[in-house]
Design a protein around this ligand. Structure first.
Ligand code: TYD
Ligand code: MG
Length: 484
């Protein structure tokens, strides 16, 4: 038998080589070559013998009309916020990848959801990162939350029998053993925490390497599809915020969810980046408590602070890629005591602030060069896109004139240097998010043509062509008139 040959494949262009290089000789990208399991010899592919050409092979395709429709069965995950992001619950035989920074609460979310499902379906929890003891400790911690929260629903007896009856725990990193256990148990739901910690002994590369992650995920996917197990995989995120492992992992799974949040704040956002069984613009909001994650049914309070609207604040809807997020901006404008006024911005590029101040000075006639100006994005978020301009302008002007924007107003629009408002992308998505979080008025660039899209959202749309008219519409007074 021939010695198995190691192949290296470029994850970026797909080129194959026999030798490892730091740089792909085909497409020139660095560190993209990964080891691939020895390929089966080419002749093992069953070639149709020439004789068979005479007798036609049996047909495997069918007319689409003949394809039977099965209603999609979904299993409720026990948490409405998670179900919403999944598109209405877990689909049997589907693969869901949950990504997020370390310590954000991925394990907690899935263990809680497993607890909730274990009463109705068989659940296997594969802990590849933590020992069984550690999982048990967390399980006990979460149990405390249920007992405290819902004494009326028989939470007391659950610890003894009820909850946990159908919950199987496996602390294992060897892929082969995990696959065997999946076949033996045939659970309705299996959770793999995490896919990077599993390893396939047949591959020489280290756990977490691209080849390992891909092989493990593919093997799990095959078995999940075969026995209709819903698989939830935990995936790590790299420093750049990408899901670690090859892009192929994202192609392989049916849904990619991301779990994110500020390390210093308690709220956590769950979003779908990809979903074959539902929409991707749903948002789930949780709060991390000392005994697990709690669902947040009214997230606007969490994001926007409990306080009354104050002068110098404005709310925008930022979009990171396809993800809309409602964000509060705060500005402070005060008389300067320096020769050149101070400008500082957190969460927004300071050059952007300079430019907006110059536009306001020129086109509204506000003498902002005699004032210091500080700007901050609440919650430690970074807002890069120019559609935040109008919100920044509104916050600055509101602080300068000591005005308060009416509650429930969001602003969106890019400022041109001539004081005109430029349209922003993905407006529909942003308006949906604003409406979902309870906002009632949106100030937008003119010509957005969204009357139809916004009809069902209950949002009042105020369209404006210039920053001056947008601010008049938003504030209800002309900020340029009767200046102090
Ligand atoms: P974890 O689920 O382990 O994160 P991940 O799996 O994404 O790495 O969450 C760990 C953090 O959550 C940890 O810093 C402690 C915190 N936590 C709570 O605040 N309350 C809790 O009830 C639990 C279980 C964890
Ligand atoms: Mg974890």
């Amino acid at each position: 038998m021939a010695r198995p040959v190691t192949q290296y494949v470029c994850t970026s262009c797909g080129a194959q080589t026999r030798q490892f290089f730091g740089r792909c000789s085909s497409c020139g990208s660095w560190n993209t070559l990964v080891e691939q399991a020895a390929a089966a010899p080419a002749d093992s592919r069953r070639r149709r013998p020439a004789a068979a050409a005479i007798a036609p092979a049996p047909r495997r395709s069918q007319p689409i009309a003949a394809v039977g429709e099965r209603p999609l069965q979904r299993l409720a995950s026990g948490y409405g916020e998670l179900d919403r992001v999944l598109g209405g619950g877990l689909v049997p035989g589907s693969l869901v990848l949950l990504g997020g920074d370390p310590g954000i609460g991925k394990s907690t979310l899935l263990l809680q959801s497993a607890r909730a499902m274990a009463g109705r379906a068989a659940v296997l929890y594969v802990s590849a990162e933590e020992s069984a003891q550690q999982v048990k400790l967390r399980w006990r911690r979460l149990a405390g939350m249920e007992e405290r929260g819902g004494e009326g629903e028989g939470g007391g007896e659950s610890a003894a029998t009820g909850v946990g009856g159908d919950f199987q725990l496996l602390a294992e990193t060897d892929l082969e053993l995990v696959l065997q256990e999946l076949e033996a148990l045939r659970p309705a739901v299996a959770i793999i925490d995490s896919i990077q910690a599993l390893h396939d002994a047949e591959l020489a590369s280290a756990p977490g390497s691209v080849a390992q992650v891909r092989e493990c995920a593919a093997a799990l996917a095959r078995i999940a599809k075969r026995q209709d197990t819903a698989l939830l995989l935990v995936g790590h995120v790299t420093k750049e915020g990408m899901l670690a492992g090859p892009k192929v992992l994202e192609h392989l799974v049916d849904a990619v969810l991301t779990f994110e949040g500020d390390r210093f704040a308690s709220h956590r956002l769950l979003r779908a980046v990809k979903n074959r069984f539902g929409a991707t613009h749903e948002l789930g909001v949780f709060e991390m408590r000392d005994r697990g994650l709690a669902e947040v049914s009214n997230p606007s309070e969490l994001f926007l602070g409990a306080g009354e609207p104050s002068s110098g604040t404005a709310t925008i809807v930022a979009c990171e890629g396809t993800r809309p997020l409602v964000v509060e901006l705060q500005a402070l404008v005060s008389t300067t005591s320096y020769a050149s006024p101070r400008r500082s911005a957190t969460g927004i590029a300071v050059n952007r602030l300079h430019q907006i101040l110059a536009v306001l000075e020129k086109h509204l006639g506000l003498p902002l060069s005699r004032f210091d100006c500080y700007l901050a994005v609440a919650g430690g978020l970074e807002v890069e896109e120019p559609s935040a301009d109008l919100g920044v302008a509104a916050a600055v002007v509101a602080s300068y004139r000591d005005l308060t924007l009416p509650a429930g107003t969001v602003l969106m629009g890019e400022l041109g240097l001539g004081g005109q408002l430029r349209p922003v992308g993905q407006l529909e998505l942003r308006l949906q998010e604003a409406a979902r979080l309870g906002f009632t008025r949106a100030v937008l660039p003119r010509g957005s043509g969204l009357a139809k899209a916004a009809a069902g959202l209950g949002l009042e749309l105020l369209e404006a062509g210039t920053v001056a008219s947008a601010l008049v519409a938003a504030l209800g007074v002309n900020p340029a008139a009767d200046q102090p």
